[in-house]
Design a binder for this molecule. Sequence first.
Ligand code: ATP
Ligand code: MG
Length: 258
Amino acid sequence: MTADKPVIHVQGLEKSYKDLRVLRGVDFDVARGSIFALLGSNGAGKTTVVKILSTLLKADAGTAAVQGFDVATQAANVRESISLTGQFAAVDEILSGRENLVLVARLRHLKNPGKIADDLLARFSLTDAGARKVSTYSGGMRRRLDIAMSLIGNPPVIFLDEPTTGLDPQARIEVWQAVRELAANGTTVLLTTQYLDEAEQLADRIAILHEGRILVNGTLAELKQLLPPAKVEYVEKQPTLEDVFLALVGDNGTKESR
Ligand SMILES: Nc1ncnc2c1ncn2[C@@H]1O[C@H](COP(=O)(O)OP(=O)(O)OP(=O)(O)O)[C@@H](O)[C@H]1O
Ligand SMILES: [Mg+2]
């Protein structure tokens, strides 16, 4: 396929669970090598979109294609082009980080599983922890291992469903860095998130899924233009917790002690 064709093309996607109409006509495209963030509240249907795109779930209506392959009629081709890191980490606790990676590389019948594992450990700053059981890893380390596992075999498209939910700020930054590197190497990334700052930090384009449809879709700058320009307003300043804290314990003597 040509470089300017979207890698992910979604049109008129509909999905209901019994009476619950979750997707009511979802449209969007994702360009090659870009990071696309699908933003929405709990239950908006983000995971449903990701499941349809990764062929785990059938849509009721509409079309979706990945790498030019239709998710409904060419599911096997789609699966070869993608990897999915689900909302809940899929690593094996009993195995070490390295063993998890080697296992997946073996399952995919790749040559040199050991080297693949070591390269990925290095890429995700897990070399030192590689021999340790995953049960001893922090949440951020697990998430990075999970993403590393999904990269085995170099899929051109990767879906990350809420990659940083539950992570502390430092671990989130590490995952963001890993995602940025993926896109810089030409991988197309579709991620879902509930965190506005995550979309701001990472995404080339942001789409907001609300009540079954894409409410807006654009770059961060475009989305900001949807609101009127910033106004100067005078507001009464309430003390922050930080002000209270500093007033009570002092801030290293730069102010008079109380
Ligand atoms: N298998 C299912 N059967 C019935 N209802 C479902 C099923 N899967 C999802 N739903 C419902 O569909 C809606 C969308 O769910 P989905 O998981 O896609 O939302 P989400 O945007 O990923 O939410 P979250 O931010 O909580 O992960 C929710 O109301 C959910 O309860
Ligand atoms: Mg979800």
